[in-house]
Ligand binder design. Structure first.
Ligand SMILES: [Ca+2]
Length: 321
């Protein structure tokens, strides 16, 4: 209780120091922009709510959840309570693989629709010496399972921070906002994962529509060995379905998005579908059906929910035949 109160005082002190934009704090070297959003000070890369630094590749995720890619801070919504392959960066001495695991934090009609990052985990290999560091950052701070001599831990702007100096890699996690960030050197190539390739060009092109962002995001779902147990089986099904669905992935995202969007919320609120686990399974079945080349069947199933007793209406997806 005393510790909790002390933490609250410290948190309030931190927030009091920070500038608020849209009622949310920015980090110390950021300020509100014209749209009342936190923005890093001029010359710094990153998202003003998580981390800002000059001459770095910075990718972050905040709240329920919004991902911000390396180049130009492009925003992508990540809709599922599933593990995500965040980035795979390499240079001549380090190969950095980073994953996010998530949890749902919703209440009321938003139950389970609000997906927050629960932990960021990284394994770092050196081509000559194999694994040199393995670490996780979560609500309890930084856990280093190997390579402790090259990992430095600290706290900054409300984030627990781990730095792997050999690889110029920094990870931060803030449990209050379910926020995480990753900072890497510029100049090294990245195998494209969720964060994109940090080549200075916003060529990842996830698009601005919810279905195009869902299509982009689905490609980077990760195997679920460390994902929250409640939905990990369904997440595994979705991940394996999408891994062999490049030709139909856009159509699948377009047709199946309603299950995890406002239509899905309406179905849950009005008893049109039993619970979120069933909804997520229905979404997985929809993806599988479209990926198998049966878009018409998936659309018929969706339309049947529309005309069901829940009185929820769905706009016919443009990819429906
Ligand atoms: Ca790029």
């Amino acid at each position: 209780m005393i510790l909790s109160a002390l933490f609250s005082v410290l948190l309030l002190a931190l927030i009091a120091k920070a500038q608020l934009c849209n009622q949310l704090p920015c980090v110390a070297n950021a300020a509100c922009n014209a749209n009342n959003q936190c923005e890093c000070n001029p010359g710094l890369a990153g998202n003003g709510r998580t981390y800002c630094e000059a001459n770095k590749c910075i990718c972050s995720t905040i709240a329920d959840p919004h991902g911000f890619l390396f180049d130009s801070n492009q925003e992508v919504t990540a809709n599922l309570p599933c593990s995500l392959f965040f980035t795979n960066y390499f240079n001549t001495s380090c190969n950095v693989q980073v994953y996010l695991d998530t949890e749902t934090r919703g209440t009321g009609t938003n139950a389970n629709f609000r997906v927050f990052t629960r932990q960021m985990r990284a394994t770092i290999n050196n081509f000559a010496n194999g694994l040199i560091a393995s670490l996780t950052v979560d609500a309890s701070g930084v856990t280093v399972s190997s390579g402790s001599s090259i990992v430095t831990t600290s706290a900054s702007d409300g984030f627990s921070v781990a730095e792997v100096s050999n690889c110029n890699t920094r990870m931060g996690y803030n449990d209050t906002y379910g926020a995480a960030y990753l900072s890497l050197p510029t100049g090294g190539p990245t195998y494209q994962q969720f964060c994109g390739d940090c080549d200075g060009t916003a060529d990842e092109n996830p698009g601005s529509t919810p279905e195009s962002q869902l299509s982009y995001y689905l490609q980077f779902l990760a195997p679920t060995a460390q994902q929250d147990g409640t939905y990990s089986s369904t997440c595994g099904t979705i991940q394996s379905t999408i891994s062999s669905c490049s030709a139909n992935r856009d159509a699948a995202a377009n047709i199946c998005l309603p299950y995890i969007d406002s239509f899905g919320k309406c179905l849950l609120s009005n008893g049109g579908i039993a619970d979120y686990a069933t909804l997520l399974s229905s979404f997985a079945n929809c993806l599988s059906t479209v990926c198998s080349g049966n878009a018409a069947t998936a659309c018929t199933t969706l339309a049947a929910l529309d005309t069901g007793s829940a009185s929820c209406s769905v706009t016919t997806p443009t990819s429906c035949p």
